[in-house]
Design a protein around this ligand. Structure first.
Ligand code: PLP
Length: 456
C-alpha cells in the first residue's frame, strides 16, 4: 500500500463513493449522530487518512482527541492482532486477564499523586465520569455535585446533566439528573465577572463561599468535577492559582475534586496528564477520569482514585459486561509504552509551540482571530466578528472548517458559542505535515476574514 505522506484532493468533495455511502447513511442513521466531515475513510496512517475515493486528508481532529498515537500505529496493530487470535472477551467480572490488572497498575503510577490509588475501567468518557460521581457519592455519603460552565462530560443522563452546552447536548432531553449545580469556569477571555486577568485578583475563585450560601451547602457536596482544560468548551485552561483555591475549598469542606482528563490526557497537553501541571504546584485530584487516546481508538476509559475513596464502592457496584475489554487494555498498555519511550509529551510541547507561534502571526493578519490559546498540543483559536465586543463568529468558524476540509485538512469547532476552532492532531504528525496543515488553515482564514471584513 502506498504510504500516506501529505494531503491530496483528487475528486470533487464528497467524492462519488462517499456520496453513495452518504445516501445510505441518510436513509438509515439518525441525524442526531452528527458527522463533521462528509467523507468515508478507507484507511488511516499516522496523521493522515485516505478516503474511499482516494483523497488524502490531514487529520487535525484525531477522532476528537482519540488518536494521539496516530492512525494504525504498527506496534499497536500487532498487539491487537495477537490478542484477537487469543480471545476477545471474558468479562473481567467472570474470568480475569493479565492486561487489565497490569494497566491498572500502570495508571496508578502515572496519574499524579504519591499516594495509594486504584483504577477501574469502563468503555467511554461518559461512563468514566458517571462512575467517578457514583464513587464520590458513596464515599462522602453526600449527594450534590458541582460542575462548571463550558463543561462537557458526556451524553448519558448524569453526564449530560453535568454538561453545560445546552444545544445540542441537552436541549429537549430533560428533565436532567438531580443534584447538579454549576459555577463559572475561569474563562479569562470572557470573564463571567467582566474583569481582566491582570487585575482581577482571582475574583472568581473567591466566590465559592457566596455560592455555598446562595446555592448549596458545602456539607452536602460530594464533589467538584472540572476539566483541567475545557475540551468541548473551547480549550480554556483553568489557571493554576484558581485550581489551588478550588483544592483549598474542597479540603476545607471535605469535598472531593474530580479531574476529567478524558480529552486532556495521554500527552495531549505536553505532560502525560494535564493534572501533572497541578502536581508541580502540589495540587492533586482525588479522582481522575481518562479515556479517548488511552487505547488508540478502541473503546476504553479509566477511573483512577485514591484507594480509600474508590474502595467505598461495594463488590459488583461498579463496572459492566464489556468494561476493560482484553483487546482494548492490551492496546492501551502498548500505547502508553510507546508514549513514554518516544517522549510523546515532548512532541506535544513541540507541536503546540509551532501552532501557537503560527496562530499569533495569523492573529496579527486576521481580525477574525480574537484569542489564541492552548496547553501543549491542545491548541485553539477563538473567532470573533469584533475584537472589542468579542461577538462570537460561529458561522465564520464553520466556514473556515469547511474551507479547510475542501483543501484536505480536517479540523473541529468547539466552545459553547461554537466559534472556537480546536486542534487535536495526532502527536506523530511530522513538522512538514504540520506546516502544510497550518498553511491550509491560514488560507481558509484569510478567505473568510476577507469576506467578513471587506463587507464591514
Ligand atoms: N469528558 C470530556 C472532557 C470529554 O471531552 C468527553 C468527550 O468529548 C467526555 C467526557 C465524554 O466522552 P465520551 O464521548 O467517550 O462519552
Amino acid at each position: 500500500m502506498k504510504k500516506l505522506i501529505e494531503p491530496k484532493i483528487i475528486t470533487e468533495l464528497p467524492g462519488p463513493k462517499s456520496k453513495k455511502l452518504l445516501e445510505i447513511r441518510e436513509k438509515n442513521v439518525p441525524q442526531g449522530v452528527s458527522g463533521t466531515v462528509p467523507t468515508f475513510i478507507k484507511r488511516g496512517e499516522g496523521a493522515l487518512f485516505e478516503d474511499v475515493d482516494g483523497n488524502v486528508f490531514l487529520d487535525f481532529a484525531g477522532g476528537i482527541g482519540v488518536l494521539n498515537i496516530g492512525y494504525s500505529h504498527p506496534e499497536v496493530v500487532n498487539v491487537v492482532k495477537e490478542q484477537c487470535d487469543k480471545y476477545f472477551h471474558t468479562s473481567i467480572n467472570v474470568v480475569l486477564y493479565e492486561q487489565y490488572v497490569k494497566l491498572a497498575e500502570k495508571l496508578n503510577k502515572l496519574v499524579p499523586g504519591d499516594f495509594s490509588k486504584k483504577t477501574m475501567f469502563v468503555n467511554s468518557g461518559a461512563e468514566a465520569d458517571e462512575n467517578a460521581i457514583k464513587i464520590a457519592r458513596k464515599y462522602t455519603k453526600r449527594t450534590e455535585i458541582v460542575a462548571f460552565t463550558g463543561a462537557f462530560h458526556g451524553r448519558t443522563l448524569m453526564t449530560m446533566s453535568l454538561t453545560s452546552k445546552v444545544k445540542p447536548y441537552k436541549f429537549g432531553f430533560g428533565p436532567y439528573a438531580p443534584g447538579v449545580h454549576r459555577v463559572p469556569f475561569p474563562y479569562c477571555y470572557r470573564c463571567p465577572y467582566g474583569l481582566e486577568k491582570q487585575s482581577c485578583n482571582l475574583h472568581c475563585a473567591k466566590q465559592f463561599e457566596a455560592f455555598f450560601m446562595e446555592q448549596v451547602a458545602p456539607e452536602d457536596i460530594a464533589a467538584f468535577i472540572i476539566e483541567p482544560v475545557l475540551g468541548e468548551g473551547g480549550f480554556v485552561t483553568a489557571p493554576l492559582e484558581y485550581v489551588a483555591e478550588l483544592r483549598r475549598i474542597c479540603d476545607k469542606y471535605g469535598i472531593l475534586l474530580i479531574a476529567d482528563e478524558v480529552q486532556s490526557g495521554y500527552c495531549r497537553t505536553g505532560k502525560m496528564f494535564a493534572t501533572d501541571y497541578w502536581a508541580e504546584k502540589g495540587i492533586y485530584a482525588d479522582i481522575v477520569t481518562s479515556a479517548k487516546s488511552i487505547a488508540a481508538g478502541l473503546p476504553l476509559s479509566a477511573v483512577t482514585a485514591r484507594t480509600e475513596i474508590i474502595e467505598a464502592a461495594q463488590v459488583g457496584g461498579i463496572g459492566g459486561t464489556y468494561c476493560g475489554n482484553p483487546v482494548a487494555t492490551v492496546a492501551a498498555l502498548k500505547v502508553i509504552d510507546i508514549m513514554e519511550r518516544e517522549f510523546f509529551a515532548v512532541k506535544a510541547e513541540h507541536i503546540g509551540k509551532i501552532c501557537i507561534n503560527r496562530f499569533e502571526h495569523m492573529k496579527e493578519e486576521y481580525e477574525l482571530i480574537g484569542e489564541v490559546r492552548g496547553l501543549g498540543a491542545m491548541v485553539a483559536i477563538e473567532l470573533v466578528k469584533d475584537r472589542e465586543t468579542k461577538e462570537p463568529a460561529k458561522d465564520e468558524a464553520s466556514r473556515v472548517i469547511n474551507e479547510c476540509w475542501k483543501n484536505g485538512l480536517v479540523a473541529l469547532s468547539a466552545g459553547v458559542r461554537g466559534n472556537v476552532i480546536r486542534f487535536l492532531m495526532p502527536l506523530v504528525v511530522t513538522d512538514k505535515q504540520l506546516e502544510i496543515g497550518l498553511d491550509i488553515l491560514e488560507k481558509a482564514l484569510e478567505k473568510v476574514n476577507d469576506e467578513v471584513f471587506s463587507h464591514a
